[in-house]
Design a protein around this ligand. Structure first.
Ligand code: FES
Length: 114
């Protein structure tokens, strides 16, 4: 699979070897802070900022495909972005991921930049 970086909204995020299970690697893509995490040998990318307030989810606890916010303990699914518990009332954004060789790319739509 090839990605035409010049003609797309796919961005290099990290080397595959840098992304581990139950640990969040944080990368900056444009003005988005994105968390990368591995679950069952797939890599997922999600907004690293909690939808409740401005806590960094990467400072929280990852348990399988779930992450718990360090500030008020809301939980989210890292695969879908779905919020799973209060006090969050909104999902976090997730980003498509592609791996080419050892490189991991995430798709960040320019329209999602606010
Ligand atoms: S800031 Fe994440 S649950 Fe409140």
């Amino acid at each position: 699979m090839t990605i035409d970086i010049e003609e797309s909204d796919w961005f290099f995020a990290a080397k595959e070897i840098e992304i581990e299970e139950e640990e969040v690697k944080v990368v900056q893509v444009l003005d988005r802070q994105i968390g990368l995490c591995r679950f069952e040998d797939r890599i997922y990318a999600f907004d690293n900022i909690c939808s409740h307030e401005d806590a960094c989810l990467s400072d929280g606890i990852v348990d399988g495909d779930r992450i718990e916010c360090p500030l008020h303990q809301a939980r989210f699914c890292i695969r879908t972005g779905e919020y799973l518990s209060a006090p969050a009332t909104a999902d976090i954004e997730v980003f498509p991921v592609r791996q080419i060789g050892e490189s991991v790319y995430v798709q960040v739509k320019l329209a999602s930049l606010t």
